[in-house]
Design a protein around this ligand. Structure first.
Ligand code: ADP
Ligand code: MG
Length: 326
């Protein structure tokens, strides 16, 4: 690859940029990837195809001044891989559409591609195509992701049953606290940095999703992008059920608890209403829950009524909505 020096996209041109991307992302064996009008993928017996897409807009989803190109590349791929994980699928490929100002440095793109490649390769997803265009000022990124799962095994939001336990992987609220720390300019000690890393370098729970989907007792599943307050409502609505959740049972990381104590932030609120955890939220039959081989926390239970009830204190929580200020 040509040394990036101080080359800008205005010098490289659209095709120069695509060539740079193509060199970095060769197609896997048996697949036609970047370079033709379409990617061509083999069809495999007994498997179903999963497809999703997610957009990241400068100023809405990220601030160019703070996030590094590497982190942005990682996050663009990771949030899409997380959607495949949420269905219990295995990611196979992605498509990357970039709208970049002509003043963008080639070195910025190289950093972006490094982050994008690192998380994609970790989970076996090849970059198979995309689109490239100039943008007047802001960076816009759209990623489409492909995945596969055995026919009939995809975990939807509509499969929760009364009596199921409500569970999550990992810890909640770290990413939202990291964002709050960035916006408030909190001094970045090791704890704050750990939270910011979770915001900028989310880890898609692909292996966890695959293992959960291999268990018959795991019913509904989704990834947590807007906070469980909002995301669990989606499962309840799609499944036609209700739930009770105990805020005291929410899994909180040690860095989150320490930073919240120091800053006077409400950790439970961050865990419920903050978004971008990219952990898995799932419901499981109580017998099957005992045998799960995926680390998780039980936070509540599915009920036959409607609505989400918070146990303990009387606070009401809500998630993040792009068109509503909360
Ligand atoms: P078209 O004129 O058909 O839109 P393009 O010139 O945009 O084709 O793209 C040429 C090839 O490069 C296609 O295979 C396309 O998928 C791929 N490509 C374009 N932009 C990107 C990108 N940002 N990332 C990955 N592949 C890309
Ligand atoms: Mg094109």
């Amino acid at each position: 690859m040509q040394d990036s020096g101080h080359i800008r996209l205005a010098d490289l041109g659209e095709f120069g940029l695509i060539k740079r991307i193509h060199e970095r992302f060769p197609a896997p064996d048996g697949v036609t990837g970047i370079g033709d009008d379409c990617a061509v993928l083999p069809q495999r017996d007994g498997l179903q195809t999963l497809v999703s897409t997610d957009m990241l807009i400068e100023g809405t989803h990220f601030l160019r001044g703070d996030i590094s190109p590497y982190q942005l590349g990682w996050k663009s791929a990771a949030v899409n891989l997380s959607d495949i994980a949420a269905m219990g699928g295995r990611p196979t490929g992605t498509f990357l559409s970039l709208a970049l100002p002509a003043s963008t440095e080639a070195a910025w793109v190289d950093g972006f591609l490094r982050g994008y490649a690192e998380v994609s390769e970790r989970f076996g997803a090849a970059l198979l195509g995309g689109d490239t265009t100039a943008s007047p000022d802001r960076i816009c990124i759209n990623v489409a992701v492909l995945g596969e799962c055995p026919s009939g095994s995809a975990r939807t939001r509509s499969a929760a049953r009364p009596g199921d336990l409500v569970c999550v992987t990992g810890t909640l609220g770290d990413s939202a606290a990291g964002l709050r720390a960035i916006l408030a300019g909190v001094e970045r000690d090791a704890d704050v940095q750990a939270l910011i890393d979770r915001h900028y370098l989310p880890m898609p729970r692909v292996e966890e999703g695959l293992r959960l989907a291999a268990q018959a007792g795991v019913h509904a599943m989704m990834d947590i992008s807007d906070g469980i307050g909002s995301d669990l409502e989606h499962i309840l609505e799609a499944s036609g059920v209700g739930a009770e959740v105990d805020p005291a049972s929410l899994p909180l990381s040690a860095p989150l608890q320490r930073v919240c104590t120091r800053q006077g932030w409400d950790a439970a609120e961050l865990a419920v209403c903050g978004g971008e955890d990219y952990e898995l939220l799932f419901t499981v039959d109580p017998e099957a829950e005992k045998a799960l081989d995926v680390p998780h926390t039980v936070i509540g239970r599915i009920l036959s009524g409607r609505g989400l009830r918070w146990l303990g204190d009387a606070r009401s929580f809500s998630g993040f909505d792009h068109y509503r200020s909360v």
